[in-house]
Design a protein around this ligand. Structure first.
Ligand code: APR
Length: 272
């Protein structure tokens, strides 16, 4: 067995006794799907400043003033989001839901991979890139991840300049009111989604898996502490840091796509 066999077994025995387990996932959870994290070396915020691309006004200003910098990054992100598949970590969470252990996942990720792996109970506190929302009438519309990316890339490569007006042509238009539709994601400074539901989960859960997050961005960073305060066990899986050392019962310094399948296999052994 691996180097962290004891921690894997401990996590498996806590989860085997859980009936209301939850998970809180961050960008690291999708790293093994080929999607760049934000704060790892070489991550998105190493490539472009959050103030240049993480807020609505910053993004518009960067498009206006410096779109040559943005477009290559945007094309790279389109590629990684198009090529991404749910990884063994996503599949392991879906298996824990099947086993009746995991009740719900709260994710900061916007990549749609939890749904595509089969997780059905999901709270996307930072929204979803493949849910469009009309900026005129707030109508929402889901798009297929890969065909939407193909269409955006084709339009992007066809436009001449990368000024704001031409980049706006990449957006879908609402078929109710005709206004521009934007991805329904939460930018810095915008209200986080489903926060009451997320905090209710923290109060109800008996075990929270904390997966692939640096614990830097609030309010998501408070979920493990709220869960701990309410009496839950906290299991952190992160290969390089444990931002929740003050509340974690188990810390597994492994990639989530490696550790979670081992935990599920151990739980299945415990059941047999
Ligand atoms: N498995 C588990 N964890 C991993 C893996 C992996 N394979 N690879 C990296 N990590 C960890 C890193 O060690 C780091 O702690 O994932 C974490 C990623 O941290 P961030 O990039 O800060 O991502 P996240 O915590 O989700 O950021 C929160 O910041 O910019 C905003 O809205 C954005 O939702 C994002 C929020």
């Amino acid at each position: 067995m691996g180097e962290y066999n004891r921690e894997i077994q401990e996590a498996a025995s806590i989860l085997s006794r859980s009936t209301r387990a939850s998970a809180s996932s961050g960008a690291g959870f999708s790293a093994e799907s080929g999607i760049s994290t934000f704060r790892d070396p070489g991550g998105i915020w190493d490539q472009i400043d959050p103030m240049e691309a993480g807020t609505v006004e910053g993004l518009i200003r960067t498009i206006d003033k410096n779109s040559e910098k943005l477009v290559p990054l945007f094309l790279n992100m389109l590629d990684s989001f198009e090529q991404a598949d749910p990884n063994p970590g996503h599949m392991a969470l879906a298996a824990l839901e099947e086993l009746g252990i995991l009740q719900i996942v709260i994710t900061q990720n916007v990549d749609n991979l939890h749904q595509e792996a089969g997780t059905s109970n999901l709270v996307e506190v930072h929204g979803n890139l493949f849910q469009m929302v009309c900026m005129g009438c707030s109508r929402r519309k889901g798009v297929d991840r890969r065909s939407h990316i193909k269409a955006v890339r084709e339009k992007l490569l066809a436009i001449k300049g990368f000024d704001l007006t031409s980049l706006l042509t990449l957006a879908l238009n609402c078929d109710i009111c005709g206004s521009v539709m934007r991805p329904d994601v939460v930018m810095f400074g915008e209200a986080v989604k489903d926060l009451n539901r997320a905090f209710q989960i923290c109060l109800d859960t008996d075990t929270m898996l904390v997966l692939g997050t640096s614990g830097v961005v609030y309010p998501a960073a408070s979920f493990p502490r709220e869960a701990k305060k309410a009496g839950a066990s906290v299991i952190v899986i992160n290969p390089t840091e444990n931002a929740f050392g003050d509340v974690s019962d188990v810390y597994i310094p492994m990639r989530s796509g490696e550790a979670l399948p081992l935990i599920v296999a151990q739980i299945r052994k415990n059941i047999d």
